[in-house]
Design a protein around this ligand. Structure first.
Ligand code: ADP
Ligand code: MG
Length: 271
């Protein structure tokens, strides 16, 4: 049980920093990064809310949130059927809250098209929230549709997990253009928070070559921490736990703790 309280009545805090974790490619480590970066931030006494914005609900399942606790989720928040605060679920990890995803979210892309303020609905819900967390991490679906657009409008910055594989840079320019367009129209604050290389295999020449190549192209936006390919990271969700609970000594856990330190340093440099 957490002794911390997300209710703002306890003490007034600055508005949370909102970070969208996005890449329109699937299977690049968005959800793994959202869950494990959140746990590592919470372990450093930064209260975190993860919003599961993927209809697949992998973050919700991977955190062991039962179906019962998922009666309200990001779909109901976006469609104004609930406040964000009423949909908050406490995870087993102290300081780590979740807005789960429900299967209905799959219909939201279509349903939102007709809705007023269709791109601003998540931002509106976050502004009304009294949840006093330090960071909100939004786990985006693998597409640049209305759900991801809602995340980009609600966010201060975008964190991009990039899998170091052949054609890793394909698609990245489209993602950057989308971020630029949102900055020019719906959200002038939006920045690129950083790019994190995931599933790095230092024994694999191609993986190293791609990682070096990406660094040469994108420079200091790339986190110096790399996330290695580590089987513990892929096992932890089936136990309903972040890797920091499942196996805190694993290479995956150590990497996400380092990433959290670097993340906090970047965030504090701009506050
Ligand atoms: P996305 O959210 O971008 O679709 P996931 O985070 O779900 O990607 O990762 C895709 C799959 O790869 C999942 O099965 C996950 O457990 C696994 N995975 C992610 N990162 C790693 C890693 N660093 N090492 C090993 N497996 C990983
Ligand atoms: Mg995912």
């Amino acid at each position: 049980m957490s002794t911390r309280n997300p209710d703002a009545t306890a003490e007034r805090r600055a508005a949370p920093r909102v970070i969208a974790i996005a890449n329109q490619k699937g299977g690049v480590g968005k959800t793994t990064t959202a869950v494990n970066l959140a746990a590592a931030l919470a372990a450093r006494d930064h209260d975190v809310l993860v919003i599961d914005l993927d209809p697949q609900g992998n973050a919700s399942t991977g955190l062991g949130v039962s179906r019962v606790d998922r009666s309200l989720g990001s779909y109901e928040v976006l469609l104004d059927e609930t406040s964000l605060d009423a949909a908050l679920v406490e995870t087993a990890f102290p300081g780590f809250w979740l807005i789960p995803s429900t299967p209905e979210l799959a219909g939201a892309e279509v349903e939102l098209v007709q809705a007023p303020r269709r791109e601003q609905r998540l931002r509106d819900a976050l502004r009304e929230s009294r949840a006093a967390v330090d960071y909100v991490l939004i786990d985006c679906p693998p597409a640049l549709g209305l759900l991801t657009l809602n995340a980009f409008v609600a966010a201060d910055a975008v964190l991009v997990p990039l899998q170091a594989e052949f054609l890793a840079l394909e698609g990245l320019s489209q993602l950057m253009r989308t971020i630029d367009r949102v900055r020019e129209s719906l959200n002038v604050r939006l920045r690129l928070q950083g790019i994190v290389l995931t599933m790095i295999d230092r024994r694999n020449n191609l993986s190293i070559q791609v990682a070096d190549d990406v660094r040469a192209h994108l420079g200091q936006k790339i986190y110096s921490t790399e996330i290695p390919r580590n089987v513990r990271l892929s096992e932890a969700p089936s136990h309903g736990l972040p890797v920091l609970s499942y196996d805190p000594r694993s290479a995956g856990a150590v990497a996400y703790v380092r990433l959290a330190e670097e993340f906090i340093a970047r965030e504090e440099a701009i506050r």
